[in-house]
Design a protein around this ligand. Structure first.
Ligand code: ADP
Length: 485
């Protein structure tokens, strides 16, 4: 891979601890494979508890000085990082496509999005305001300061290998925290390349540490070490719940961005073409491997057949292939387990009475490629209704009334993203307010942006990332009362 990069130095097969690029203590490595071809992309250190502990020590040592760096200077360094990410966008996208599979155009889109968090929080760095509270007794003054929480840990998934890091580390670094990042084992090279750029941007050693390797050991140390004051995790609800438990004894602040089961509702009064375009983005972007991906398409009776037909026609046009090829819209899935889950969901739905309108099986390209699929007349007891599919399958459920749609949409323990298409303004307000989700896209299939708060309710998580609220997760409120004045 390095030979294909304009700047081969961005490709690192080492971990970053205290400004040093090092191997695992054991010398062991893990293979990273291209999901489109199965080829070896490279090897990263298989680090564990000891390396993680040293990374935490380094972050803790760096904390004392980094938190005192003037906000304006921290802002300038982060802005450098933003500029560097843009300057190297071609290489960063190539690395991402090689290890994650998404098409180059989407990978570039993600680098833009990822850099957006760094830009946003470079600006927010200067705007972390406190308060002066009106005095409650004579001779006293009451102040509120916002202080960096301390060392943060970020554990991130493979579906968005760059953006899930910057939206944690961006606010962390901006407000004066230092951190240890553990990227997903499938996609470590995007993280390590960001580490190279973070150093070049001027982040002092120890502010950004990146450890790859055993998730259990690294996660175990990050959650149990009392020097880590905050854990931000993006991944499955199951692992999130386990990490919360592991964080309990040392009372860490946590942000959890967990699984979703997004409804995508199309009402009779919707603009069908807009709804189809929105569904293509909300369902098939990143091959359906997003926690905000539409999982259940709830379509009203009167528009059902038209929507099913038009969606199937459009999905049939999506070009599938290696993300590095020109014009490819749908890359491979991440691995065989992901393919098996999709197959299981389709087989279960069909066994319970659903019919396949388009796709429905592995793609002729073989490997991890799967056809974009539309299923019709899926019953409510199908697995795909309650379980996150994380693949390119759109199951269409039928409903008659608005009340029924809302009840179906909310019939899940999850509450991350939701989408609906309608034109009636009364309905738009009623449904937006009734949906028990952290995010609602109305006549819009693309909701993620660094300027808005991303996050879920119920089993989908805790905390918000991005926007003016995103820094709060890395700050403590400190109250100072001055008496005897
Ligand atoms: P996904 O299904 O998206 O891979 P996971 O929750 O399994 O979601 O993984 C998300 C991140 O959590 C990855 O970085 C993964 O390595 C990490 N992870 C998985 N298991 C553990 C664990 N036991 N402790 C800490 N981190 C873990």
């Amino acid at each position: 891979l390095a030979s294909k990069l304009k700047d081969p130095d961005l490709f690192r097969e080492a971990i970053l601890i205290d400004g040093e690029w090092v191997p695992a203590d054991s010398g062991e490595t893990m293979d990273v494979r291209n999901p489109a071809t199965g080829e070896l992309v490279g090897r990263v250190p298989k680090a564990g508890t000891a390396e993680t502990s040293r990374a935490i020590e380094a972050a803790d040592r760096a904390l004392a000085s980094w938190r005192k760096v003037l906000p304006k200077e921290r802002s300038r360094i982060l802005r450098n990082l933003y500029d560097l990410m843009h300057a190297h966008i071609d290489d960063l996208a190539l690395i991402m496509t090689a290890e994650q599979g998404k098409p180059i155009s989407e990978a570039k889109g993600e680098i833009n999005y990822a850099a957006g968090f760094i830009e946003w929080f470079s600006e927010e760095a200067k705007r972390i305001y406190g308060d002066i509270i009106p005095q409650n007794l004579e001779g006293r003054r009451l102040l509120v300061e916002k202080a960096p929480i301390g060392v943060f840990a970020a554990i991130t998934p493979w579906n968005f290998p760059a953006a899930m890091i910057t939206r944690k580390a961006g606010p962390g670094w901006a407000v004066g925290c230092t951190g240890v990042i553990k990227p997903a084992s499938q996609t470590p090279f995007s993280a390590l390349a960001l580490g190279v750029l973070a150093e070049r941007a001027g982040l002092p050693k120890g502010v950004c540490n990146i450890v790859t390797g055993s998730a259990g050991q690294i996660g175990g140390e990050l959650t149990s070490n009392p020097k880590v004051r905050k854990l931000s995790f993006t991944g499955s609800t199951e692992i999130g719940a386990m990490l919360l438990e592991q964080c309990a004894p040392t009372i860490k602040k946590t942000s959890m961005e967990l699984g979703g089961n997004a409804p995508f509702i199309v009402f009779d009064d919707a603009d069908v073409e807009e709804a189809v375009q929105g569904a293509l983005i909300a369902k098939y972007r990143n091959c359906g491997q997003a926690c905000v991906a539409a999982n259940r398409m709830l379509v009203q009776d009167g528009i059902y057949e038209t929507f099913a037909r038009r969606l199937a026609e459009e999905t049939a046009k999506l070009k599938i292939g290696d993300g590095q090829e020109e014009g490819v819209i749908l890359g491979p899935m991440i691995d065989q387990n992901a393919v098996l889950k999709v197959e299981e969901h389709i087989a279960d739905a069909v066994a319970k009475g659903a019919s396949v309108v388009s796709g429905g099986k592995r793609h002729a390209l073989g490997g991890n490629f799967f056809e974009p699929t539309v299923l019709k007349d899926v019953p409510g007891d199908a697995l795909i209704f309650s379980d996150e599919t994380f693949g390119p399958v759109a199951p269409l459920f039928r409903f008659k009334t608005e009340e029924e749609a809302i009840a179906l949409a909310n019939d899940t323990p999850y509450g991350l993203a939701s989408y609906f298409y309608a034109r009636d303004v009364g309905r738009i307000f009623r449904v937006s307010e009734a949906l028990e989700f952290g995010m609602v896209g109305v006549n819009e299939g693309f909701i993620s942006t660094e300027v808005a708060p991303f996050g879920g309710v119920k089993a989908s998580g805790l905390g918000r990332e991005g926007s003016k609220y995103g820094a709060d997760d890395y700050l403590e409120i400190k109250y100072i009362v001055m008496g005897g004045l």
